[in-house]
Design a protein around this ligand. Structure first.
Ligand code: AMX
Length: 434
């Protein structure tokens, strides 16, 4: 058994009594209430999910296992000579709650290398799809196709104790994670680079290998290490995390669950927003004949967008009430590596222009930028300009968090999800209209 899995076993055994005690001794304690607005309005703020992988404070932003983004980036081990940490180390952190040592992280690097071969039928399926299929559809289909490999299903069919279910869930999750960069890069090269896939490099880590298979030179590898870490988890209520958890709660395996989560990530109000930001900015550039927009032109474009009933992509958030620290981390990368880039300057100008406009518009509860306002710009700079593809990279990163979550779901025996719905008649009766 790998050192990571052994460590996870210890952590799980330590944790289980805490959940049992909470349920047994405090199961009826009230921790919140639900309003009509919350029932109709997408359950915002209803406290009804439990995860220890990450926590999102509205004003501070995300903490991974209790650590802010700067703390996480500082404490995770880095490949030699690189600016950003091993993605493998972040997998270790999210699963166990501990920062790995250099040796521990190198062990996972090796483990992923052993697990990353993608069966040929996946390529056949992708190649049979029309080439203009959206890359997120391809990505989700590839994950779903791999479901025949599920060790969880094999173990379930043989008969497995509830207490042991986390083990095949872990194995499936690690197998998926190892393969995702290979699948993503294959889709990219097949679809956009004249069908010239590049195979994995035997010496490279998760982020470095992804950059290699994409065919993009350094420091794109460091960018992708940062990108995958930043996009990994945002507690459990967002669409991709919640969907993955919900599907897994039916004891569906990691392949079914992650594919479903990715379908949620593909929505324009969620992960697809990073493609939308680029499309929106490019539309403005096109309108101005390629000229860099002035502040006044940006302001007018924002108002035109809002007045036509559309949202400003990359701004606002269901939970956050300040600038997303994932935006800040990417901005810092840009200030270091591409300070004079025109698109970066436009994104910076948007940071000045959009919040006061959204405040004046008076609808969005959070006028500040989220992660998606920034990610596309850096990809564009390094030549990855096919913005349809951006959500796939978000998906590779997001898989780290949501898979860690469903391993723990099985470890703690979380039951099938089944919230209660009401009818409109019932709500009207409840509030005294009827
Ligand atoms: N531009 C214009 N209007 C906005 C807005 C924006 N960026 N953000 C919110 N609003 C509007 C909402 O559409 C809503 O209008 P309505 O009352 O007419 O329905 C109103 O403001 C109140 O919304 P909210 O409570 O502030 O936000 P929410 O929780 O309903 O939605 C989000 C959150 C992210 C979907 C929304 O801010 C949005 O659509 N942003 C643009 C898309 C985007 O960037 N999505 C990515 C989010 C991060 C991620 O998941 N990857």
């Amino acid at each position: 058994m790998s050192a990571l899995k052994e460590k996870l076993r210890v952590k799980i055994e330590e944790h289980r009594p805490r959940t049992v005690k909470l349920l047994k001794e405090h199961g009826d304690k009230v921790i919140g209430e639900v309003t009509v607005r919350q029932a109709i309005g997408g359950m915002r703020g209803v406290k009804n999910l439990v995860t220890d992988i990450s926590y999102l404070d509205p004003f501070e932003g995300i903490r991974f296992r209790g650590h802010t983004i700067p703390e996480t980036l500082k404490a995770l081990p880095k490949p030699k000579g690189k600016e950003m940490p091993y993605v493998e180390g972040h997998v270790y952190l999210l699963l166990t709650g501990d920062f790995p040592t250099q040796t521990e992280v190198e062990e996972i690097e090796d483990e992923f290398k052993q697990r990353r071969e993608v069966p040929l039928y996946v390529w056949d399926i992708l190649r049979a799809m029309p080439r203009d299929t959206h890359p997120m559809t391809m990505f989700s289909a590839a994950i779903l196709a791999l479901q025949r490999e599920s060790l969880f299903v094999q173990a379930y069919n043989k008969g497995i104790s509830k207490f042991d279910m986390w083990e095949p869930m872990y194995e499936d999750s690690m197998n998926i994670l190892a393969k995702l960069p290979v699948i993503a890069a294959y889709i990219y090269r097949m679809k956009y680079k004249s069908d010239t896939p590049i195979g994995p490099h035997p010496d490279l880590d998760f982020g470095g290998n992804f950059a290699y298979m994409m065919g993009v030179d350094t420091p794109y590898d460091d960018l992708m290490r940062l990108y995958f870490i930043l996009h990994s988890d945002h507690e459990s209520g967002n669409v991709s995390a919640h969907t993955t958890h919900l599907v897994a709660s039916a004891l569906s395996d990691a392949y079914y669950s992650l594919s479903a989560g990715m379908n949620g990530l593909a929505g324009p109000l969620h992960g697809l927003a990073n493609q939308e930001v680029l499309r929106w900015i490019q539309a403005l550039f096109a309108k101005l004949g390629g000229k860099v927009p002035s502040k006044e032109e940006l302001e007018k474009f924002c108002w035109d967008t809002l007045n036509s009933g559309q949202v400003i992509p990359g701004y606002g958030h269901a939970v956050l009430r300040k600038t997303d620290p994932r935006y800040v981390a990417q901005r810092e990368f840009c200030l270091k590596h591409l300070p004079d880039d025109e698109l970066f300057k436009t994104v910076s100008l948007l940071y000045d222009v959009v919040p006061p406009i959204l405040e004046k518009h008076g609808k969005a509860k959070n006028p500040w930028p989220n992660v998606d306002a920034h990610s596309g710009v850096i990809q564009w700079y390094y030549g990855v300009r096919e913005y349809d593809f951006y959500t796939v990279m978000f998906g590779v990163g997001r898989a780290i968090g949501v898979l860690a979550n469903i391993v723990w779901d099985r470890a703690l025996g979380y039951p099938i999800e089944r919230p209660k719905s009401l009818t409109t008649d019932m709500l009207e009766e409840e509030v005294g209209i009827k």
